[in-house]
Design a protein around this ligand. Structure first.
Ligand SMILES: Nc1ncnc2c1ncn2[C@@H]1O[C@H](COP(=O)(O)OP(=O)(O)OP(=O)(O)O)[C@@H](O)[C@H]1O
Length: 251
């Protein structure tokens, strides 16, 4: 259980500032979806929280600057360069917890995650022999194998068919609630964000454009201002918004 508080976050690459003055928070048992146009700074935000890029401003975890030991991070870029099998790749997720040898508990944890994501039959295959969607599931498995308290997923469903998209987000939601994880997930699919997130942060040009519940944030005005899209947004029976994009309103 980790309360993440971000205050006046700034990230720059060389002379280019890509996140500027961003305040945000996420709590245990909660999925925070991070939305925004391409290049707006979503991955940079998640990398800053994971400690993978330097930043200014403050990021605290339960009020402390020190990151919790158990972080699960799934990057957006999941190339197949490493000559590892699926089993080995998922085991890497437990690196911080491995002793001098792989123990029974590690193998059991990996086994459980492989089963949960339906990856058992692929366990001995090399990453380079998988489809893009299968590889995405393997890297999700790697993030979950850490048994994280803080879970960060950068576009985890972008290569998945619609059933796997739903399955993955259902698993993420179930684990988030059952284990009181604090979950940050970068998504491009507005309707999946509306359906699965407790809170939504919209990033635009490195700044926080909107932050609140899906119903507060995902509306026609935001889609026009932030994404340059004309859309119709209806509230479903459960009060969550449903977006139908109509046309690009600017080029
Ligand atoms: N390592 C880097 N060096 C220099 N600039 C970078 C680097 N990584 C990202 N950027 C730039 O920072 C800005 C934000 O990138 P970031 O990857 O955070 O955006 P994003 O919102 O995740 O985009 P997308 O939806 O396309 O994945 C972009 O303009 C990008 O070109």
């Amino acid at each position: 259980m980790v309360k993440v508080a971000i205050l006046q976050l700034a990230v720059r690459y060389g002379a280019t500032q890509v996140i500027d003055g961003l305040d945000l928070s996420a709590g245990p048992g909660e999925i925070l979806a991070v939305l925004g146009p391409n290049g707006s700074g979503k991955s940079s935000l998640v990398k800053a929280v994971a400690g993978l890029v330097p930043h200014a401003g403050s990021i605290t975890f339960d009020g402390e600057a020190r990151r919790p030991g158990r972080i699960g991070y799934m990057p957006q870029d999941i190339g197949a360069r490493a000559a590892l099998t699926v089993l080995e790749t998922v085991l890497v997720g437990r690196l911080g917890r491995l002793g001098l040898r792989v123990g029974e508990a590690d193998l059991a944890a990996v086994d459980a995650v492989l089963s949960e994501l339906g990856l058992h039959q692929l366990a001995a295959r090399y990453l380079g022999e998988l489809s893009g969607g299968q590889r995405q599931l393997v890297f999700l498995a790697q993030a979950l194998a850490a048994e994280p308290r803080l879970l960060m997923l950068d576009e985890p469903i972008s290569a998945l068919d619609v059933r796997h998209q739903l399955e993955v987000l259902e698993i993420v939601r179930r684990l988030t609630v059952a284990r009181r994880l604090t979950t940050l997930v970068v998504l491009h699919d507005l309707n999946m964000a509306a359906r699965f997130a407790d809170a939504v942060a919209v990033i635009c040009n490195g700044r926080l454009a909107r932050f609140g519940t899906p119903a507060d944030v995902i509306d026609e005005a935001m889609l026009a201002q932030v994404f340059g899209v004309e859309a119709s947004v209806a509230l479903a029976g459960d009060g969550r918004p449903n977006v139908t994009p109509l046309r690009a309103s600017r080029h």
